[in-house]
Design a binder for this molecule. Structure first.
Ligand SMILES: Cc1cc2ncn([C@H]3O[C@H](COP(=O)(O)O)[C@@H](O)[C@H]3O)c2cc1C
Ligand SMILES: O=C(O)c1cccnc1
Length: 348
């Protein structure tokens, strides 16, 4: 708890003064004001986060947390649970969706076992297993409050290690068969939505069984009664270990003034947990894409952040976040490479 408390305490406000200066310069770049749209907003935000007029994003990594879920036994996922471990091993081989897109974006993929249900001994996978998967949230809490805090602290520790190594742009990713179920539960609790309104097909769960998936989520919420105002309570009762890890990365990014790109639906659920713990964290987050998962738009609205890409993506793993790295980097190039009207000798 000490690490979490210290981290939360360190989270400050964006630097308004530098943001104003950056906005002024961006407005004066040789283009009609506002014509580079969201690229302009991104670089202004980056300057407020980093306190630098010319922020850099040349050292990028996506931290991918893998964990299993006890609620799998309720029949809420289409794919076998073994895919979690197989895919985590594939992160090391560099052959998954996020790996391919990270290669293109010149970013590193950092896989972390935070709760896979079996032992995974493989060089390249950071072993920070808290337990062998969560407990079945439809029968009781997914984990204890202590374990929930630990999962966030694992995320903080790993992010801080990367930041110390010089990372200046982080992203969150995850792998955990069945994790759209706890993610929908989180959005339902925080937004006050009926589970069916925010329950989608995840990794191709059959449409005609969605009522069952939503009813399991409903039962989990009724049994556990998570407090909608207490992020740690929600995480422990209806969350997941990888969701806690990702929330930790976001809090650590904010505490150390490093931007964090938030991937799709599951990362957004983690962002909501971080936001409930410390609302200021939101200013340090850059959402990547509108996930096609039902509930994703509601989740983003609750967070109050609008993703930049609309690509019909619904993979998770951090795939959309590393794709968005390219756009964030483009915003930095705009800021670095363009001249102002003044520098061009034009008076307007
Ligand atoms: C091969 C494969 C690769 C994946 N990579 C990410 N996910 C995504 O799907 C899972 C969530 O969907 P659900 O809740 O329906 O199980 C998570 O592991 C998420 O990262 C995958 C799923 C599969 C099957
Ligand atoms: O957007 C996501 O994160 C997502 C959506 C469906 C399945 N897995 C992940």
């Amino acid at each position: 708890m000490d690490l979490l408390n210290q981290t939360v305490k360190k989270i400050g406000k964006l630097d308004d003064e530098i943001m104003e200066k950056t906005r002024k310069r961006v407005d004066n770049l040789i283009k009609p004001i506002g014509s580079l749209g969201k690229l302009e907003d991104i670089v202004v935000k980056l300057s407020g986060i980093t306190k630098k007029p010319f922020p850099k994003v040349d050292n990028k990594a996506v931290i991918v947390f893998a964990a299993d879920h006890g609620v799998y036994e309720e029949g809420v996922a289409a794919y076998p649970q073994e895919v979690t471990v197989i895919q985590t091993l594939n992160f090391v081989k560099g052959v998954t969706g996020v790996c391919a897109l990270a290669k293109q974006a010149r970013a590193d993929v950092i896989p972390v076992d935070i709760g896979i249900k079996e032992d995974v001994k493989e060089e390249g996978i950071i072993n920070r297993k808290i337990k062998y998967g969560t407990d079945n949230m439809a029968k009781g809490p997914a984990m204890s409050r202590e374990e929930a805090i630990k999962s966030i602290e694992v995320g903080i520790e790993i992010a801080e290690k990367e930041i110390k190594k010089g990372r200046n742009l982080l992203a969150t990713g995850e792998m955990g068969i069945c994790n759209t179920t706890p993610s929908s539960a989180i959005v339902s609790v925080i937004g006050g939505y009926a589970p069916i309104e925010v329950t989608g097909k995840g990794a191709n769960y059959p449409e005609d069984k969605l009522l069952h998936k939503a009813s399991v989520i409903k039962r989990a919420i009724e049994i556990n009664k998570p407090d909608p105002e207490d992020g740690i309570d929600i995480l422990s009762k209806v969350g997941g270990l990888e969701i806690g890890g990702m929330a930790g990365v976001m809090l650590a990014g904010a505490a150390n003034r490093v931007p964090v790109v938030v991937d799709g639906f599951i990362s957004t659920a983690a962002a909501l947990i971080a936001y409930k713990i410390e609302p200021k964290v939101k200013d340090y987050l850059i959402p990547s894409h509108f996930s096609a998962e039902k509930g994703a738009i509601k989740g983003s609205k609750l967070l109050g952040l609008r993703p930049m890409l609309d690509m019909d993506m619904r993979l998770g793993e951090g795939s959309g976040a590393v794709l968005a790295f390219n756009i964030v980097e483009a915003a930095v190039y705009m800021n670095n490479e363009m001249i102002t009207f003044e520098e061009a000798g034009i008076n307007v």
